[in-house]
Design a protein around this ligand. Structure first.
Ligand code: IFM
Length: 440
């Protein structure tokens, strides 16, 4: 009996996403390293240590893995703190190391996408007030100029700032990222500086490299009302607006609307060539009059959700469709810049992967322009305040020995990348429980 395959569009980008601090190791000059030294900040007081030892050269073996697994793209970030370790010093050797990494990708026929800010800054920037100080806009601009000038021969796909919405929420509302504050007003000021910094970076990159494509990666979280009650509907709408819409809307319109005020930033208008979407999960919102600190809300996964090891990600593949539909309002092509699940034993990941890709395929075939998919992540990495407790890798990592252990999902994803499609055979082999749903 003939079996079906869902083929993706020509030149679709397939690969994994990583971030400097999470994989490089041994970076003592940034905000996250300092944060790790403070007791109680990271789960189990874990430290990034060697991480995946990319700074020690293990990026080569991991890029070999990506190449052997037929990835044709890879998203990585570069650390500002390595390239500009002090206000008046550029580290050419560090820049050269990144140059070698990008050349390494190209030699393996893997298209690089480079993120310029992924949650960490140099300590000297933090000492000057970090993102709270409006000077950050020009400081970041100088770094972007230096980095892009050096790396543009090897990369033309740039993400200026990763998940500004998560950064502001985690560093200024939840207080679990450095600088660990709980101050909404300050958080909104940081958001404004991030919009301005993105806009400066966008224009600088285009001046240096007219053919560049520049975007951001927004963490899209699907919020829907827990019931039909008006209060739940109103609140879930508010969450969508605040968390998901604010940043990309400012980059489309040049106006940043926050809870408290509105900033007109004309330079920011039209500054995304693509929209990067990091989609992991979605949740239901219920009005709770006893939770003022939580904007009077209670948030939970839909009943009976399958959840990840940490319980932080619920398996809701249709959220991928909602995410892309939502992203389409910003009028630019989209790229899934992150999607994945923490699952040490690889029990849920194959199902998560095939069902999310199936829904991605469906929405693309409704003519929504999505150009690629980056899985989070290649090898288990340091997961910020959750330390080493979340295992997102297609390959597992033994942090004592640096040994990598291939999970079945690595082979599944390799077959998808190699064939540019998701077939019934693959689903039957790696995620048989999804077969009736995907190939009825
Ligand atoms: O590890 C993070 C990444 O740095 C940003 N997006 C979500 C991932 C998983 O939590």
């Amino acid at each position: 009996m003939p079996k079906g395959t869902y083929y993706f569009t020509k030149n679709f980008l397939w690969g994994c996403a990583t971030a400097a601090h999470q994989v490089e190791g041994r970076n003592e000059n940034n905000t996250w390293y300092a944060w790790e030294q403070e007791p109680g900040r990271i789960l189990n007081d874990a430290q990034s240590g060697l991480a995946c030892d990319w700074w020690g050269g293990r990026w080569q073996e991991d890029f070999d893995r990506a190449q052997a697994a037929s990835h044709n793209a890879h998203r990585l970030s570069i650390a500002w703190s390595r390239i500009q370790p002090a206000p008046d010093r550029w580290d050419e050797a560090a820049l050269d190391r990144y140059r070698q990494m990008l050349i390494g990708l190209r030699e393996r026929k893997i298209t690089p996408m480079v993120t310029l800010h992924h949650f960490s800054e140099p300590l000297w920037v933090a000492e000057q007030g970090g993102w709270e100080n409006e000077d950050i806009v020009e400081l970041f601009a100088a770094f972007v100029h230096k980095a892009v000038q050096a790396l543009k021969p090897y990369c033309s796909l740039w993400v200026t700032i990763n998940e500004p919405n998560v950064f502001v929420f985690s560093a200024y509302i939840d207080g679990v990222f450095p600088p660990g504050k709980k101050d909404l007003k300050l958080g909104l000021r940081v958001l404004e500086h991030m919009v301005r910094a993105h806009a400066r970076a966008y224009h600088i990159i285009h001046e240096l490299q007219p053919e560049a494509r520049v975007g951001t990666a927004i963490n899209y979280r699907g919020f829907s009302p827990a019931t039909v009650f008006a209060a739940d509907r109103w609140l879930s709408n508010l969450f969508n607006k605040l968390f998901n819409d604010t940043f990309p809307r400012a980059l489309r319109d040049g106006v940043l609307h926050t809870l408290l005020n509105k900033h007109v930033i004309p330079d920011a208008a039209g500054t995304q060539d693509f929209l990067g979407l990091n989609y992991y999960t979605c949740e239901r919102v219920r009005f709770n009059p006893f939770a003022p600190g939580n904007l009077f809300s209670q948030r939970a996964f839909p009943a009976d959700s399958q959840v990840s090891d940490s319980g932080m990600i619920a398996h809701h593949p249709w959220g991928m469709i909602e995410c892309v539909r939502w992203g389409h309002q910003f009028g630019v092509p989209m790229i899934i810049t992150e999607n994945g699940v923490d699952d040490e034993d690889d029990q849920l990941r194959p199902q998560y992967l095939v069902e999310h890709l199936h829904d991605l395929w469906r929405i693309i075939n409704n003519n929504y322009p999505v150009e690629g998919y980056f899985h989070w992540t290649l090898v288990d990495n340091f997961e910020w305040e959750r330390g080493w407790t979340q295992r997102f890798g297609l390959w597992g990592l033994d942090i004592e020995t640096q040994a990598r252990v291939r999970r079945p999902s690595a082979d599944l994803f390799a077959e998808i990348c190699r064939t540019n499609g998701l077939s019934a055979d693959m689903v039957e082999k790696y995620a048989p429980q999804s077969l009736p749903k995907l190939f009825p």
